[in-house]
Design a protein around this ligand. Structure first.
Ligand code: PLP
Length: 400
């Protein structure tokens, strides 16, 4: 008898070893389960997509510019989209077309930045906690992520300066507005204090701003890049994902100087260019549709859902727990406190029909395992209230 040969197994790079699953893949799997109300993903409500406008823009692009739309394009991005991007960024920070590089969403932007700027072993300072897929994009390039202490106003400038002096980072990565995962926003004075530290220590900033326009109060915050002296040392990333559609996969980076060429070369190495037809559609949309009005409608709906979640969660949290009250964006962040482990509790929660994202994966180091991220945008207030009540029962059953 011959023994059956063991199946072939591709050898994988050390940087991906042990990553057969990732928290992000798990989120999408949870979100797809029909018997579970999932607050795990940052997934916009599809009912709110501007389907008619988007369809009209695709139709127009294919009718008027079809041959070009289906052809290869340039790594920097199509000029119509870069013009529209420059126009939007210029609301806070004067920007011309030459300073915009189109990306396939901000996620690719982060990967391009990592490819272009990081050497193995470089340190990247990040907020504690921070966006987990940024940590992934940087760490697969061999970077070492170090978390910097935060409070309700974001990263603490003194802690940032101390970490810079101790670790000599290649760059600092921040999400100052409606942050993922906490929903927190850095006030203007804190932005200035952070800029002062970066100017004093001469460290570049990667500023990720996919959520800034999703304001529930009407207030918006100019990026740190717009503060005096900061534009030349910041790469600012924006995305259409949370404002228009994540499926379209279009975003852009704004930078200055020779690094723009390096970013274009890295982008070309990764994907040649972003989809031309999608770029032209987004350009047409930004030119002819009213994105601000659309975002205002979406934000109004999200605000009601934030209110529903905030109302429902307050009474079910244990004494001493801390929960954020975001003024925009998609996420609420709860720290249950001493004795709770949100990862361990997750299977009981899913069993009961509700899912969240355990917070530990958002920490580069020293994770607080009692934390969880809850996205309030995907479900109606009634569904949110019921599911949070269920979550409350699960929390009560795990009371330390
Ligand atoms: C802070 C942050 N940056 C970047 C991204 C990537 O988004 P996309 O690639 O869809 O633009 C996300 C998505 O959740 C995010 O939360």
């Amino acid at each position: 008898m011959t023994s059956s040969p063991s199946p072939f197994r591709f050898p994988v790079a050390a940087r991906y070893a042990g990553m057969e699953s990732s928290p992000l893949k798990d989120i999408f799997a949870l979100a797809a389960r029909e018997d579970v109300v999932s607050f795990a993903g940052g997934i916009p409500d599809p009912e709110l997509f501007a389907l008619e406008d988007v369809t009209a823009c695709y139709d127009w692009v294919l009718a008027k510019n079809g041959h070009r739309a289906l052809q290869y394009g340039v790594s920097e991005g199509e000029v119509e989209l870069r013009e529209q991007a420059a126009r939007r960024v210029s609301r806070d920070l004067p920007t011309d077309v030459s300073q915009i590089r189109v990306t396939s969403g901000s996620q690719e932007g982060l990967f391009v930045v990592a490819q272009a700027l990081l050497e193995p072993g470089d340190v990247v300072l990040v907020e504690s906690p921070t966006y987990l897929a940024a940590v992934q994009a940087f760490s697969v390039h061999g970077a070492r992520m170090i978390g910097v202490e935060t409070d309700d106003d974001g990263v603490i400038p003194e802690a940032l300066e101390e970490a810079i002096r101790t670790h000599h980072p290649r760059m600092v990565y921040l999400i100052p507005t409606f942050q993922n995962p906490t929903g927190r926003t850095m006030p203007v004075e804190r932005r200035q204090a952070v800029a002062d530290v970066l100017l004093r220590t001469d460290v570049p900033l990667i500023e990720d701003d996919p959520y800034g326009a999703l304001s529930f109060t009407g207030s918006t915050w100019a990026p740190i890049a717009a503060l005096p002296g900061m534009s030349e040392r910041t790469i600012l990333l924006n995305s259409m994902s949370k404002l228009m559609s994540p499926g379209v996969r279009i975003g852009w980076m704004r930078a200055e100087g020779p690094v723009l060429d390096t970013l274009a070369v890295a982008k070309a190495a990764i994907s040649m260019q972003s989809s031309v037809v999608d770029q032209l559609m987004v350009a047409r949309y930004l030119e002819t549709a009213d994105l601000d009005a659309h975002v205002a409608t979406v934000s109004g709906v999200y605000r009601e859902r934030r209110d529903a979640m905030a109302r429902a969660i307050a009474p079910v949290l244990p004494d001493g727990a801390h929960v954020t009250h975001p003024e925009g964006g998609m996420f609420l962040w709860a720290a249950l406190g001493e004795g709770y482990d949100a990862q361990e509790m997750l299977s009981a929660a899913v069993e009961a029909g509700v899912a969240y994202l355990p917070g530990w994966s958002f920490f580069a180091d020293n994770a607080d395992r009692s934390t969880m991220r809850l996205s309030f945008v995907t479900h109606s207030p009634a569904v949110i209230e019921d599911a949070i009540a269920t979550l409350g029962e699960v929390i009560a059953a795990h009371r330390a």
